[in-house]
Design a protein around this ligand. Sequence first.
Ligand SMILES: [Zn+2]
Length: 521
Amino acid sequence: MTEESNPKTQIAWVPEFIYVENRFEPNHALVCDAAGLIVKVVEASALTDEKRINLPRRAILPGMVNAHSHAFQRVIRGRTEYRTNTPLNQQHRDSFWTWREMMYSAATRLTPEDIYDASRMAFLEMALSGITAVGEFHYLHHAPDGSPYDDPNLLAQEVIRAAGDIGLRIALLRVAYARAGFQLEPNPRQARFIEADAAVFLRNLEALAASVRSPTVREGSAQQPGAEESRTALPHGRASDTSWIGIAPHSVRAVPLNYLKELIRYANQHDLKIHMHVAEQPAEVSVCVEEYGRTPLALLQTEDLLSNRFTAVHAIHVTPKAIASFAMTGAMVCACPTTERNLGDGVVPADEYLKHQVAICLGTDSHTQIDLFEDARELEYHLRLQKLERAVLSVRSPTVREGNAQRSDAEESLGALPNGRASDTARYLFDCATVNGARSIGAPGGALAAGKPADFFTVDLNDPSIAGASNDDLLPAIVFASSRAAIREVVVAGKPIVSEGQHLRQEDIVERFNELQKKLW
Ligand SMILES: [Zn+2]
């Protein structure tokens, strides 16, 4: 008997319910090996010699993936909620652009240690809310005066170190930022971001890739045949299970077209994930039209820069026609509704994306709140307010909704629930927070199945926010109503990082963050 198939070395997590294959299974166990991979999900009665961890009144769900984060922005939470008096605000109208000035005032002052402390705080809160992997859209590279540190990736390394301390998996999406914008003078407050040409950016990216490449494939892990081979062939993206890199051209505003093309070519060659802010603000769209005669989505598409490794972050100010073409490329969208509502960005037309089967993932972005369930429910709620309609995001096909007898594949797989209920909106939103997020940033988790990592969280079925839910109502109760207090255990690669709602290093992290805030403000 090999070690990995020996039940004595395996751990069986035995809750009341496990969310597997889109439903909650009662009386099942999640069995993991010593390497932190899921061996199987079986009926609890079939367990033999595994070490049991009983979790009465708990449900296990796959860990959530936060696909868009700027960790350092945690320091400005609560500090931008007032009307400003700046040259940008001549009509007494605050916006994303006036908020950005306030954000820059923090971004220009943080030391490497501050960035580590702020990132730890953001990642701690993510862990406490059931997130097990994060895509960090990282654009602070240099010292405040714009001079590179001796290690050009010093700040990226601080962010990766912070994620490692918390126990989160991290995709460090290294940001390229070349200019203030079309026909704009350089902005000294962006000096920390700027790498003026693609060659410099790619050299620094490769250095970062080399440093996260070290951990090797674990022995005895339940990998697909050939997985190791493909990793050797992909030296940059997926060398480590806990941290890896991706490419993030900041936006069409900040990265001119030729630079952008070089980055995309490189990412495609090396199979790296690509994330980019797209159409967050109407002004970004109009300036792009001025510069290129095309909207950002049209520019990306006509230049053949979109693919299934591309995630467009926000993608709010787009037309239905552009969405139809975007869908053909296999690219996906990352919505950040708690930030988008805070900044007055607009509403992601998720119903149009769904209609064209564009996958959406979720991000907490500016960390005005860190609660991916809130982002999930807002994706739906913003559309309800806009359309005066309920259950807008339904995976039932439009033809079914219009009375056609034909059922979609997605609806078929929902199965029939008692009383005719089908919690398809909750399921759609939870997929955005899990499988779609994992796909977007290239994380190994997203679902609970054999061979996947044991990345999961538990909810307390007696928590007042969800108490009384039946098996069938549990997912909508969790997605639409759970509070963070309901989340009790969070496990990454089989190892608990949160137990009984607490992280082991929580006190120290919060204390250091309090000190940082006192120093900054
Ligand atoms: Zn962002």
